[in-house]
Design a protein around this ligand. Structure first.
Ligand SMILES: Cc1ncc(COP(=O)(O)O)c(C=O)c1O
Length: 356
């Protein structure tokens, strides 16, 4: 792919804001390319971060044809940056594209676009502990047409945002709520695609959870409302007796998390037994009460690992590990973030160095 670098006067940036939040600030430049049926992907360029001009009848506004992904670049202690398993995110972007009837972006070209943009905008990568430069690729259907069918014109863009950990408390445990009246995804639906409808549909339930004093929603399967799917924007793991990690199998209704995949590999490296299976939520509650489940944690790019301190369902609360992060979560967090920030040897070949 040839990426045109548009002329750009780099504005002064003395220091990054101290309170970064998550997705509040954006780098000065963005990547864009367009697709149409005749030319395929074309016009790849990096230029100023700018507003998009779209027709009010563009399909994205009506049929919701949009996908996105999220990965990060990590500032190493030598000042250079590490991308982490970006190919996996590019592959997942294409999985989402296929499910939503949208064109795929060749993985190599996508990784090249991300690498080039991050290299140019590296000054936006923060250096404080646990911060990162979040990378958000997006694809939308731009064709002016209200028909419900695969559109023929698309825009693919990538923006960058310096971010703090997703939860303001960092590694502090989160309180998770299991909603009664809402489900997130069914097998055969769009649950394993990263498409905004899944997130829009989760907002009312998340607001309800927040109003009740929790931070995140744990979703049960949509048919029997019994088996664990995932938590908010994270996959979930249960630790039995400190040595067996169980996580819901990729059922078709949950996202194929890159963090999940990495944590499973690291858990095996650390000698834990790992199983991907159907997890009965009500059996899990009994196992927590009997002390057999010693930890639960979420896994996702935003928070990396978020220990669950409290689980609320049907008006009851159960507390995990005295509301403190557990030792397995801590070890896996240290190991994974160690690899991401370049402190721990990357024995799996997951990182790509960007020299800045
Ligand atoms: C619904 C959902 N599940 C799981 C995840 C975790 O995926 P990853 O580890 O690739 O960030 C995310 C975040 O992308 C998500 O949005």
């Amino acid at each position: 792919m040839t990426i045109r670098i548009d002329p750009f006067t780099v504005p002064p940036l003395d220091a990054l804001p101290s309170e970064l939040g998550f997705g509040r600030y954006f780098a000065d430049r963005m990547f864009t390319q367009r697709f149409d049926a005749a030319r395929g992907w074309h016009d790849a360029s990096i230029g100023a971060y700018r507003q998009l001009a779209l027709d009010p009848a563009a399909q994205v506004f009506h049929n919701g044809q949009m996908i996105f992904d999220g990965t990060k670049a990590y500032r190493r202690s030598d000042g250079h940056l590490n991308l982490f398993r970006t190919e996996k995110n590019a592959e997942r972007f294409n999985r989402s594209a296929r499910r939503m009837g949208m064109p795929e972006v060749p993985v190599d070209a996508h990784v090249e676009a991300i690498t080039e943009l991050v290299r140019l905008e590296a000054r936006w990568a923060p250096a404080q502990p646990h911060t990162a430069l979040y990378i958000r690729p997006v694809m939308i259907a731009t064709e002016k047409d209200l028909a419900i069918r695969a559109p023929r014109e698309y825009l693919h863009y990538i923006i960058l945002s310096p971010v703090a950990p997703y939860f303001a408390g960092g590694f502090a445990p989160v309180a998770v709520y299991v909603p009664h009246d809402y489900v997130r995804a069914v097998r055969g639906g769009t649950g394993e695609a990263k498409t905004p409808g899944n997130y829009a549909g989760s907002i009312a339930a998340t607001e309800e959870a927040i109003a009740k004093g929790y931070q995140q929603v744990l979703w049960l399967d949509a048919v029997e409302r019994r088996y664990v799917d995932e938590v908010g924007a994270m996959n979930i793991a249960f630790i039995h007796d400190g040595k067996h990690l169980r996580t819901p199998a990729l059922s078709g209704a949950i996202l194929h998390g890159v963090t999940r995949d990495s944590i499973l590999a690291l858990a095996r490296d650390l000698g834990l037994t790992v199983s991907e299976e159907r997890i009965d939520f009500f059996e899990a509650i009994e196992d927590i009460e009997r002390g057999r489940i010693t930890e639960i944690f979420g896994m996702g790019t935003g928070a990396v690992i978020a220990p669950v301190g409290r689980l609320g369902y049907q008006g009851r609360d159960v507390v995990l590990n005295g509301g403190e992060p557990g030792p397995v979560a801590r070890r896996l967090f240290d190991e994974l973030t160690g690899i991401q920030y370049g402190r721990v040897a990357d024995r799996h070949g997951w990182t790509r160095l960007i020299k800045v």
